[in-house]
Design a binder for this molecule. Structure first.
Ligand code: ATP
Ligand code: MG
Length: 639
């Protein structure tokens, strides 16, 4: 206290009285039944009642009912002398209705043979609330971490030891918690090689202990995982720790790559398709005129020159046919085809193509027939076997397998096909195999690793385009002995079976019929007109839809309408044909196109109003198709 009274005046009872009355804690005295005998003024701040009112009360009056039994028992023990001092927490209701948490220290006080209980009480409501808030936020944080689909780890910055990881971290990595805590990522081999880990640590340092959306590949027990991570450095108990959160992007990166590949193939398809289309038109002119030249000329030398031109145009046509196959625009004649049949029918050819150092084996699993163009499938099989041969310069084993798979309608598929049944044809070799960068480009047209003159790089492109156009998919995988397995998945043919159209050979002669040709390319129009005129037909021409209407409105009965499919600035050929044929049951039709399968939008070339003849064509092919069309016209219309 003050300087001139160095020791407290213990002899003066007034001192104690004042000290108690002044106290911020509540001091009270209870009798054995819990009645309040004395209470200091601090009670008014604690519970809102003045001392005078409290002296009418028992200690139990404002007490939470749940706390009463424990307090009663404790009081009994203090009064009976079983314990000397006791501390406990009890809830009381404030005058305003609020529950206050108080901490009470008690001690017996004997006076005149009666035992009282001396109590010191302190309000601990705020402490209580913050403890509760802390527990709540701990629980929330724990739940957030546990339920998070992000991985979270906490490591000591000094040595990289894991302090905590969440369940997602364990799920993705394939470890148990006890295998991780206290160990380091290095011990677990998670960063793969040292450079990967050092790059990460360097970048964390360069980022001042932070990283944002950082891509890294890790190698936990469960296999390589691509992550996008975020890193924070924080102090926990004075020690720097690294908090890492991350998202597994392995799957989405794969899907993105697939999408990029699909878009690339789509773009390449458009490009090659466009080139092939234009070349077919040019080749039509070259071939047609060369044929006219050959037939008109009596000069042996000129005939030979014309034949050379025709041969070259034929080779050009074969090339554009390959490009069209890739761009999924070739004419396909799908029918129910047993893959086993195709393989056994091809065996003699395959055996004779391969040198004796090769062995071809066949593995068939019972399967359903595929709905596919048989001759294109044979072509594809030959291409795959030739690739297998080229991948095994010293000879080896080629296994041709067939079977069936069901593609379920679930969300995640490796095959880009509609759900359903598929027949497959797989060619496996034990050759060099295909590294990732070759595999990514193997279907590209003109992509080849072979020496100039040894490969055009169109083999797999054709296979790809043909299978995609047929409603299937192609995969390239690793063969068992390090080689390659290429698998074609083809849609199952329905059980009712759709047979290929019978191809009646027509004689390439003309007739007296009248034919209208609609073609917007003047050079082609002229070639076709002359071919038909040479065959003996009466030929009318139209360069656009309006001209065609005029011709058809004229006197003459038209027997056949030949129309180009793609006409600049007008409807497409099939629509014009449909319109022109209504009301003219006697008029046959034939479509010609540089995109043979492009007519009605049906990828497989069905549902066209007329058969389609691919450009470029020879006069013989034209004659045959024209005859066939005219013959169909004469058949009775309905049955
Ligand atoms: N079975 C295989 N094993 C290893 N690599 C292959 C295999 N099949 C294809 N490839 C690779 O893919 C490339 C493209 O194949 P593709 O069949 O399209 O063309 P190509 O065989 O080179 O030429 P083309 O088939 O036109 O004569 C090949 O050059 C080769 O590098
Ligand atoms: Mg090839």
């Amino acid at each position: 206290m003050s300087a001139d009274s160095p020791s407290p005046p213990f002899e003066d009872p007034a001192f104690f009285r004042q000290a108690v009355e002044l106290g911020l804690d509540v001091v009270l005295l209870l009798n054995g039944e819990g009645r309040i005998v004395y209470e200091n003024p601090a009670i008014e701040r604690l519970l809102g009642y003045p001392v005078e009112q409290r002296l009418q009360m028992s200690a139990f009056d404002l007490m939470h009912p749940d706390d009463m039994p424990a307090v009663r028992e404790a009081l009994g023990r203090v009064v009976s002398g079983a314990v000397d001092a006791l501390t406990m927490e009890v809830r009381f209701q404030h005058r305003d209705g609020d529950w206050r948490h108080i901490e009470a220290a008690t001690r017996p006080w004997v006076r005149g043979g009666e035992t009282f209980v001396l109590v010191n009480v302190r309000d601990v409501t705020d402490r209580h609330r913050s403890t509760q808030a802390l527990a709540r936020s701990n629980e929330l944080l724990g739940k957030m971490l546990r339920s998070s689909r992000n991985i979270v780890s906490l490591t000591r910055a000094a040595n990289g030891e894991f302090v905590e990881v969440n369940d997602e971290w364990l799920r993705v990595s394939g470890y148990r918690r006890d295998e991780v805590i206290g160990r380091t990522a290095d011990e677990l081999g998670i960063w793969g090689d040292a450079p990967n880990r050092e790059r990460l640590l360097r970048d964390i340092r360069a980022g001042g202990g932070r990283l944002r959306d950082y891509e890294i590949r890790t190698y936990p027990r469960a296999g390589a995982v691509e992550f996008v991570i975020n890193v924070e450095t924080l102090d926990l108990d004075g020690e720097p720790h690294i908090l890492m959160t991350g998202t597994d992007v392995t799957e989405s990166r794969k899907v993105e790559a697939q999408l990029r590949q699909a878009q690339k193939m789509e773009a390449l398809g458009h490009l090659t398709g466009g080139v092939a289309h234009d070349f077919n038109n040019l080749l039509s002119v070259v071939m047609g005129n060369a044929e006219l030249l050959r037939d008109a000329s009596g000069d042996e030398r000129l005939v030979r020159l014309a034949e050379t031109i025709i041969e070259a145009a034929d080779r050009g046509a074969a090339l554009t046919a390959q490009l069209l196959a890739f761009s999924r625009r070739q004419t396909l004649a799908p029918s129910a085809v047993g893959l086993e049949d195709v393989v056994s029918a091809m065996m003699p050819l395959l055996q004779s193509t391969l040198p004796p150092s090769f062995r071809v084996e066949v593995e068939h699993a019972a399967a359903w027939p595929a709905l596919v163009d048989r001759s294109q499938l044979e072509n594809a099989l030959l291409n795959l076997v030739l690739n297998a041969r080229d991948a095994m310069p010293d000879g080896g084993r080629v296994v041709i397998g067939t079977g069936g798979v069901q593609v379920a309608p679930d969300t995640h598929r490796t095959l880009d096909v509609a759900p359903g049944d598929y027949a497959f044809l797989a060619v496996t070799d034990s050759g060099t195999g295909m590294p990732e960068e070759i595999r990514a480009r193997a279907f590209d047209p003109f992509f080849t690793t072979k020496a100039p003159g040894r490969g055009t790089g169109l083999g797999l492109s054709m296979v790809y385009g043909f299978v995609r156009q047929s409603g299937g998919d192609v995969t390239i995988g690793d063969g068992p002995g390090g080689g390659t397995v290429v698998t074609l998945y083809l849609p199952r043919a329905s059980d009712t079976g759709d047979d290929g159209a019978g191809d009646a050979e027509a004689e390439p002669t003309g007739g007296p019929e009248t034919i209208v040709v609609l073609e917007d390319e003047p050079a082609i129009l002229e070639v076709v007109r002359r071919m038909l005129a040479d065959l003996g037909y009466r030929v009318l021409t139209a360069a656009d839809e309006a001209a065609l209407e005029q011709v058809l409105a004229g006197e003459e009965a038209v027997d056949l309408l030949i129309s180009d499919v793609m006409l600049t600035g007008s409807r497409r050929g099939p629509e014009i044909v449909r319109a022109a044929q209504t009301g003219r049951p006697g008029m046959a039709a034939l479509l010609i196109s540089g995109f043979p399968a492009d007519g009605a939008g049906d990828a497989a070339g069905r549902d066209l109003p007329a058969p389609i003849l691919a450009k470029p064509f020879t006069r013989q092919a034209l004659a045959r198709e024209v005859r066939a069309a005219l013959r169909r016209r004469r058949r009775p219309a309905a049955s």
